[in-house]
Design a protein around this ligand. Structure first.
Ligand SMILES: Nc1ncnc2c1ncn2[C@@H]1O[C@H](COP(=O)(O)OP(=O)(O)O)[C@@H](O)[C@H]1O
Ligand SMILES: [Mg+2]
Ligand SMILES: [Zn+2]
Length: 293
């Protein structure tokens, strides 16, 4: 089944709708493909806890969002793992902001024909920058219900919890609740690759909280300049953006955005907002990047 590609009006809010639109981040893709398979074909319900670290604007949140969409899609293509884009679950907004019902139960019994194995799941994405104690209690109440349904909690920017001392509340449930906990963080320790002794002597709060709680520890990867240049050319074609002096302009764009796709999209968005839909070298050179934190 073909996926539906809506006309893109706002590149700043664009997120990949198919796996081939995600550049690099192969281990993240594999994680979701395995997870979706195990859940939908074999009935797994837990054991997939995953902590994803990596640069801001490197595809953590958008990759996880696509994975969740695919998991709940009523007409999921089990070869490509691409969601259909038109079923009730695909149409539901499941972003972290301004959502309209990402908490809904997704009941794959609704379509027994295509669902290999019925899954009911509750998806709870949490923005840890704004979460308070009451929010955490509320979520835990839902996760603790022992009904055999699949529950997935997504803790976005999880380092903010530790900074605000809210992590304690989640430590035990992370281990004891039958759920899948997914966390992402732009925070990466400087001594990330240190050995075990190092870790012991210099525990960071993030490390301490997550020691042994996440079976899967993944990192996003930056694409190479050439890969990103190619990906940008594909996006420009998809969105009807013409590029002046294409090869050099796109290469320079990849370079200026430090090979972070989300950074490069800031400039594509500007070109897309022009009547001419023209991306120029000047636009690339003059852009001031919007950085966070
Ligand atoms: N590897 C990637 N492949 C495709 N799109 C990406 C990738 N990385 C970032 N993006 C795009 O850039 C935007 C910002 O990425 P996001 O997933 O929010 O990054 P993070 O959560 O790591 O800060 C997303 O909307 C997404 O469209
Ligand atoms: Mg993010
Ligand atoms: Zn769907």
């Amino acid at each position: 089944m073909n996926t539906v590609e809506p006309v893109v009006k706002d590149i700043e809010r664009w997120t990949p709708a198919r796996w081939d639109q995600i550049i690099a981040n192969q281990s993240l893709k594999e994680y979701f493909w395995d997870m979706i398979w195990c859940i939908r074909q074999e009935g797994h319900r837990s054991g997939f806890n995953m902590l994803l670290t990596g640069n801001s604007r490197g595809g953590k949140t958008s990759g996880i969002t696509l994975g969740i969409k695919a998991l709940g899609c009523f007409h999921l293509d089990m070869d490509t793992f691409n969601p259909c884009g038109r079923c009730a679950n695909c149409q539901a907004k499941i972003g972290l902001y301004g959502n309209d019902g990402y908490e809904n139960w997704v009941d794959l019994y609704e379509d027994e024909e295509t669902a290999k194995k019925a899954v009911r799941f509750l998806y709870l994405p949490l923005d840890c920058t704004r979460l308070n104690e009451a929010d955490i209690d509320n979520v835990l109440g839902k996760v603790r219900v022992n009904d055999g349904n699949l529950k997935i909690v997504y803790l976005d920017e999880v380092h903010r919890l530790t900074r605000r001392g809210l992590d304690e509340q989640l430590l035990k449930p992370l281990e004891t609740c039958e759920a899948i906990w997914i966390a992402s963080s732009a925070y990466v320790r400087k001594d990330e690759r240190g050995d075990a002794t190092d870790d012991f002597r210099r525990p960071s709060s993030l490390e301490k909280m997550f020691q042994n709680r996440f079976t899967f520890r993944l990192e996003t990867q930056k694409p190479t300049m050439d890969e990103l240049t190619l990906w940008l050319a594909e996006r420009c074609e998809e969105w009807g953006i013409r590029v002046e002096d294409a090869e050099q302009t796109l290469q320079r764009l990849a370079e200026r955005s430090c090979c972070l796709p989300g950074m490069a999209l800031q400039i594509l968005n500007k070109a897309h907002k022009r009547r001419s839909k023209l991306l120029t070298r000047q636009l690339v050179e003059e852009h001031v990047f919007d950085l966070d934190e």
